[in-house]
Design a protein around this ligand. Structure first.
Ligand SMILES: [Zn+2]
Length: 242
């Protein structure tokens, strides 16, 4: 087989709400995709401008700190592109403009795999987590049809079909990714979010959670997802051979 070019290299895009979401929920899998040759992209709806207990913190300071932390975490994981959409923390809404924005991001980034929140997770009280998961899936559906947002096509983008979707923060996992080889990177990337570490023992808690998921498939560490195949084989053949 010939080596993949930049154009044919498979791509994975994680769409999430706040700096550190991906590190908590899917970064072990991201590091595995990277190790399998995927080009990884992060898309953040907000920059976490409400993520502080400090009464003197300002949103502007928080945005600068948390974007720098997110870039550091991405570098550790081998994520090649990070896009900040700068919605306000805590106020992300399911809306047509946001769907259009994410469809644009998907048509530009052209991922084979999208990873995002499970919007149907019961009792998820963070509105941004619900809204990002829902809108990301709505955008996956819209991006593949040329009748949606045709102005994006006249500016040179093409419609795009995502082949596989993995939903994290799910209460109905049906797919576990073995992250035994990448758990150390996951912990290191999580610890890059220095401003968000408010208690001792975070690394051990993360390992314990991944160990519990690993028990489900008989490996040391895993992350849990609800997997949605968006096309029947042979498109699934682009799925990494895990
Ligand atoms: Zn979050």
């Amino acid at each position: 087989m010939s080596q993949p070019t930049e154009e044919t290299r498979p791509r994975v895009m994680a769409i999430f709400a706040h700096p550190d979401d991906a590190e908590f929920l899917c970064s072990g899998a991201i590091a595995r995709f990277v190790a399998s040759g995927y080009r990884a992209q992060y898309v953040l709806a907000t920059s976490g401008d409400k993520g502080s207990d400090d009464p003197n913190a300002t949103p502007e300071q928080l945005i600068a700190t948390r974007e720098a932390e997110q870039l550091a975490a991405a570098k550790i994981l081998g994520v090649e592109e990070v896009t900040f959409l700068h919605h306000r923390d805590g106020e992300v809404e399911v809306s047509i403009p946001f769907r259009r924005e994410l469809a644009h991001v998907i048509r530009r980034g052209r991922p084979d795999v999208v990873i995002t929140f499970d919007p149907w997770q019961r009792y998820q009280i963070h509105p941004d987590h619900r809204a990002v998961g829902q809108t990301a899936l709505d955008a996956v559906a819209a991006a593949r049809d040329h009748m949606y947002y045709p102005e994006q096509l006249t500016e040179g983008l093409r419609e795009h079909r995502v082949h596989n979707v993995y939903l994290f923060a799910t209460d109905q996992p049906n797919y576990y990714i073995d992250i035994t080889a990448t758990i150390d990177k996951k912990v290191e990337a999580l610890l890059a979010h220095t401003s968000q570490i408010r208690s001792e023992g975070l690394a051990e808690r993360i390992r314990a959670r991944a160990r519990a998921a690993g028990l489900e498939i008989g490996v040391e560490y895993a992350e849990a997802f609800h997997y949605l195949p968006m096309m029947q084989p042979p498109a699934l053949m682009r799925h990494p051979n895990w």
